[in-house]
Design a protein around this ligand. Structure first.
Ligand code: PEP
Length: 250
């Protein structure tokens, strides 16, 4: 039985004050969430602050990326080993904003994935097609390439402790959401890709949907058999909306 995960990707947002308010809003409403696990992924600089605010709760902490290097002369980078020191459980890898704005290739993402696993964190590996990919009928090929970049290097066993997030690039931050049927189709395909190598791992891996998920559209998306939760951007910045999505997983 896969437990739903609703994870907030805060991106480049927040301040000491606004984050304190957000966490206290989430904690106040948390008992309305019956089945889903909650996680928040703040910017690196706030990890320690949020770690403190989460004390005594069962909300998990995650980071939004990590370096593809372990240590050394890499100005501005943050290593997976450092992230682990701040009580993180998860680390988002391969987000489309990293791939498209900062040029993370499939190979870079695979290297980061390896650092995350090596340091006992759970990668949330983001995959997703652009609008052009979809319109040209390339969705499956693009997704398969993104997953195979990790599978080919590290084998299917690396996915025993991983999460995949399907995030169609055209739905991120745009207000456009994949229909439940469109999302389910890709989630099923992702499970088949993993299942071709190991059926148990495929049956157990959690596959999240991300892309303009809100309380109003979450219920139908989360009701799909292969959708095991959500990676939430904009709506994760309001406690009421974030918890509203998690309630939809009930
Ligand atoms: C995201 O960035 O992971 C995301 C899903 O963003 P939004 O919910 O704002 O579309």
């Amino acid at each position: 039985m896969r437990r739903s995960l609703v994870a907030g990707n805060w991106k480049l947002n927040g301040s000491l004050n606004s984050i304190s308010e957000l966490i206290s809003g989430i904690r106040e409403r948390q008992d309305q969430v019956k089945n889903a696990e909650l996680a928040v992924c703040p910017p690196f600089i706030y990890l320690s602050h949020v770690q403190g605010l989460l004390q005594g709760s069962d909300i998990s902490l995650g980071a939004q990326d990590c370096s593809d290097q372990e240590s050394g002369a890499y100005t501005g980078e943050v290593a997976a080993e450092m992230i682990k020191e701040f009580g993180c459980t998860y680390n988002i890898i391969g987000h489309s904003e990293r791939r498209h704005i900062y040029g993370d290739s499939n190979e870079t993402v695979a290297t980061k994935f390896a650092h995350v696993i090596k340091n006992g964190l759970i990668p949330i590996l983001c995959v997703g097609e652009t609008l052009q990919d979809r319109e040209e009928g390339h969705t499956e090929v693009v997704i398969a390439k993104q997953i195979n970049a990790v599978l080919d290097l590290f084998g299917v066993k690396a996915f025993a402790k991983a999460i995949i997030a399907y995030e169609p690039v055209w739905a991120i931050g745009t207000g456009k959401t994949a229909t439940p049927e469109q999302a389910q189709e890709v989630h099923e395909e992702i499970r088949l890709i993993i299942g071709a190598q190991n059926k148990d791992i495929a049956a157990n891996i959690r596959i999240l949907y991300g892309g303009s998920m809100k309380p109003e559209n979450a219920e139908h998306l989360l009701a799909q058999p292969d959708i095991d939760g959500g990676l939430i951007g904009g709506a994760a910045l309001k406690a009421e909306d974030f918890i509203g999505i998690a309630i939809a997983a009930n």
